[in-house]
Design a protein around this ligand. Structure first.
Ligand SMILES: NC(=O)c1ccc[n+]([C@@H]2O[C@H](COP(=O)([O-])OP(=O)(O)OC[C@H]3O[C@@H](n4cnc5c(N)ncnc54)[C@H](OP(=O)(O)O)[C@@H]3O)[C@@H](O)[C@H]2O)c1
Length: 279
């Protein structure tokens, strides 16, 4: 039988850990969340981050900008927040409108306040162990650790090569002594590779066109489903859970898998940022 890895449970454990640490502080940390435009999904994600902060006693301040905001206005606000000692961390909710360069905006966030771990300095530092690490890859590792799934010496296959998910996750798993293969849209014979995975992380998000089925996995594999798509009005992952049932040893569900853990790792990163700023 395939065991379902509840992300909610992992998220609860992370929030408990963070709350305990926040209670010991003289003053709670503050997270600045920047939202540009009215994107519906972004507004939901911002609300989730707010709620998560409230649960653990972290202050969250929202800075909203209209969709036609000039990039320089946004960068000026970020620079001001970088200098503000009351602000512990900064998140710029992505995606940004196409008139704004995401790279320029990300680069303007102080690496010490970069909760999403997307600043080039933080991405580079991952090569030598990590500093502020992107939340979704961190969530994947937290799930594996929480359920005591061995990583060292295992073959991990990641389907995704983005700076947000696949690349940082490759480093995190390498740092934990996995043998890592990274796949993407140009990978040939994908199933041959996925069938070799002890740990398979899928982050494509194109269902029904892209689906992980039972014949694509090794017996006893652990499957971490990061992908999110809408299918018949429902949110689904990359994996056809019915088809991998009994073959996979562990599977994260969608929803209630990687998603809640990603939000919880935002809180973890706020504390990491605070510690880094204190040296
Ligand atoms: N649960 C969470 O907390 C959470 C957090 C972040 C993201 N997500 C979800 O994770 C997914 C990925 O996010 P993202 O921002 O990295 O998305 P993205 O920029 O669209 O990247 C998708 C990745 O999948 C690869 N890919 C696309 N089609 C493929 C195929 N047929 N075979 C193999 N690989 C293929 C792409 O390869 P190329 O590089 O060659 O294009 C790319 O590396 C999305 O569904 C997103 O919603 C979930």
């Amino acid at each position: 039988m395939t065991s379902i890895l509840s992300g909610r449970e992992v998220a609860r454990a992370i929030r408990k850990e963070v709350k305990q640490q926040v209670m010991l502080l003289e003053k709670p940390p503050t997270l600045a969340i920047i939202l540009v435009g009215e994107d519906e999904a972004s507004q939901i994600y911002v609300k989730m981050k707010h709620r998560a902060c409230r649960k653990v006693g972290i202050n969250a301040k929202e800075y909203r900008f209209p969709v036609n905001t000039h990039q320089d206005t946004l960068v000026a606000k970020i620079r001001e927040l970088n200098q503000n000692p009351e602000i512990t961390g900064i998140i710029v909710q992505l995606p940004l409108p196409s008139t704004i360069s995401t790279f320029t905006v990300i680069e303007s966030v102080s690496p010490l306040k970069d909760i999403d771990g997307l600043h080039p300095l933080n991405q580079g530092r991952l090569l030598s162990g990590g500093f502020l690490v992107p939340c979704t890859p961190l969530a994947v590792v937290r799930i594996l650790d929480f359920y005591e799934i061995p990583i060292a010496g295992k073959h991990a296959v990641i389907i995704n090569r983005t700076r947000l998910v696949g690349r940082p996750l490759t480093q995190l798993l390498l740092n934990k002594d996995a043998t890592v293969t990274i796949c993407h849209s140009k990978t040939q014979n994908l199933s041959e590779i996925t069938r070799q995975a002890d740990i398979l992380v899928s982050a494509v998000g194109r269902r029904p066109k892209f689906t992980i089925t039972g014949d694509m996995i090794k017996d006893g594999a652990t499957i971490i489903d990061v992908g999110l798509s809408r299918l018949d009005g429902k949110v689904v992952g990359d994996v056809d859970s019915g088809s991998v049932e009994g073959r996979a040893s562990h599977l994260t569900p969608v929803p209630r898998g990687v998603g809640p853990v990603t939000v919880a790792t935002v809180l973890q990163n706020v504390l990491t940022a605070m510690k880094l700023q204190r040296g």
